[in-house]
Write a protein that binds this ligand. Sequence first.
Ligand code: NAD
Length: 795
Amino acid sequence: MVKRIRRAAVLGSGVMGSGIAAHLANVGIPTLLLDIVPRELTKEEEAKGWTLEHKQVRNRLANQALERLLKQKPAPLMSKDNIALIETGNFEDDFHRLAEVDWIIEAVVEKLEVKKEVFARVDEVRTPGTIVSSNTSGISIAAMAEGRSDDFKKHFLGTHFFNPPRYLKLLEIIPTEHTDPDVVAYMKSFGEDVLGKGVVMAKDTPNFIANRIGTYGLLVTVREMMQGGYSVGEVDSVTGPLIGRPKSATFRTLDVVGLDTFVHVANNVYENVEGEEKEAFRVPEFMKTMLENGWLGSKSGQGFFVKQGKDILELNYVTMQYEPRKKLVTPAVEMAKQAKGAAAKLQTLVYADGDRAGTLLWNIIAPTLLYTARLVGEIADDIAAIDQAMKWGFGWEQGPFELWDAIGLEKSVRKMQSEGRDIPSWITDMLADGATSFYKTENGRLFYYAPGGYKTVEENEKVIHIRRLKEARGVIKKNAGASLIDLGDDVALLEFHSPNNAIGADIVQMINEALEEVNRNYKGLVIGNQGKNFCVGANLAMMLMEAQDENFFELELAVRQFQQALLKMKYNPKPVVVAPFAMTLGGGAEVSLAASRIQAAAETYIGLVEVGVGLIPGGGGNKELYIKRLNSLPRGVDVDYVKIAASVFETIAMAKVSTSAAEARELGFLNHRDGITMNGDHLLYEAKQAVLSMYEEGYRPPVRKKVPVAGESGYAAMLLGAQSMFHSGYISEHDLKIAKKLAYVLAGGKVPYGTEVDEQYLLDLEREAFLSLIGEPKTQARMQHMLVKGKPLRN
Ligand code: NAD
């Protein structure tokens, strides 16, 4: 039996060690964070009269790491409270305490001798059965375990997190020949289910999977840039979203990672491989000069780019001077931007012979694909693992083999051959066998090519793909904004798929139809999707158009219908579980608040942000957040409605958005019955399980009760704060007007304190306030600004 991980220790509290400790704390695992004992006192320590023996001095490194965790952006901690789960210590006084933990993760400097020394000491103190792993970026795992005890070796493996550990999905797991297969299997499921990572099994080769290919691709890009005389800015303008990669493209990414880290990683391959491949990993001279100059990127203030005033300048690698940033604008780029879908965009580019952007991209992509193909078997067992690693580790929309399918395997290989490029024999054999793509789907299942025939892509049983489900089973109902799908086990799924998943009349209609269908034929409903964000709110453009045309009758009807659909959902006889993730704003938050239960992804950014566009929530969000906070109070205590209303007022008036599901709970969007799913890919599965368990427990919808409100005294209290902010110049007159409307709605209007009102009355107040605001020119200006600029306007 493999030991379950209940406590952990992280050795080394640097960038990665502290980030890993924070993530362990995020999932509720108490973690000991150790670092070396300083050999010198700082000035502050001397001034305090401390000696090197003082506990605070001895734990200084880990303590400082803890302080950094609270300040870092984006936040490594999902809730600041999680910091309490991390205990700091040092390698001398606390090393024996490693005997108390179930998993020891090493994240010290990237030097084999140092790591070996650390593991020799770990071997002496660990309890047999304790899992030990290294977070190395690329040093041989087997070499680190040399000389260790058998029990150590059985429980030792590589666990390679990417920076920052909370946000980057990839976790490469690297077993050695001695690692117990049960330990490997346990760590894989622990990584996926508990830590929420995308686990890829890698082989013990230099830099494992993602960094091996990523570094190669980057150095090829630099080489082609230099040979073709392109500029740094030009390369970035075509190697980002245009080809399905992050906005930071090539060199901005490098600036963020840090050139020193990159060169270290590249050198590791350079030193460990031979021949032609070795040359590919040689870092060009100008990058070495950058390193000597300390131009490392963001951390040193300049790198491939530098900010000068408002402008961003790019490095000219010939003159080593910074100059205005350039972009590649060519016919192929323009055509690719117009093309629909990733495959069409890529094909437009890579086959555009003679086009400056097309030529560059082909010359980067072709060798990278071929290099990757040559490594199958050596760095990973199959192509699916490599694709996953590149997507999860680098945020690429497609892995190399998926991209290869997208540009057409046969056509691209013909082009490669015509240029005299060396094609790996398994690919020519594959084509000779008539297999013309690396992937295919059949009956909702995905297969990848492997010599000898296609094999099923093995995935965690909790991963559900809506697209494949639809391919296999079709949809129950569908309109332009949403589809109703059979999730299996008598649970249905309502998927939003309008642009940005914004809520319009079509989605509202589908909510109603979904409830009817579910009540007839299913055990319950999940509302979820697999877009970029759960839902960014209501369809702002549509509302603005109606408001500018003074179609207030239509607007009032639309708001009323949305309110009624959510009210119906709240009291639906069958359970409805909403599964928000990423941005869940405005109407998206209101849909969530109306659920029988929320099952949120750990990375959920939820908020009622209508104030930013000069409105207040109009779909029952004010009322539901207020009721949810009321209901979360322990029974029998004296409730102060003014206090509750004021806290909801603050959340909505300041358009607070949670930075995680844990924080959403602190803000009252989630309560103790709502669930949090660490792994976003498991969200629909867990939402479905929530529906099933509620059904099994004999689900009863909430009883419709009157709502006690704060009334006039609450209104006065909420207003007081807003007025003082107005008088001290923090908010504008229009902000004050919005605040007054919001306070009025949350107070339940001009009624005595404690009056019990019907929900419909609260919805009417909310709708009136919403409609009066949307008629205001300043609100319309805010909406317009948000639509055009994507940012709130202060007016
Ligand atoms: P870092 O420099 O931020 O931290 C290194 C830690 O090692 C520090 O806490 C330091 O005090 C400690 N240390 C220094 N000398 C030591 C010694 N002699 N004995 C024991 N500890 C010592 O480095 P990092 O970026 O956090 O990297 C840590 C590990 O994670 C390395 O193996 C690195 O390759 C790997 N890694 C880094 C990244 C990244 O992006 N930074 C990503 C993945 C993996």
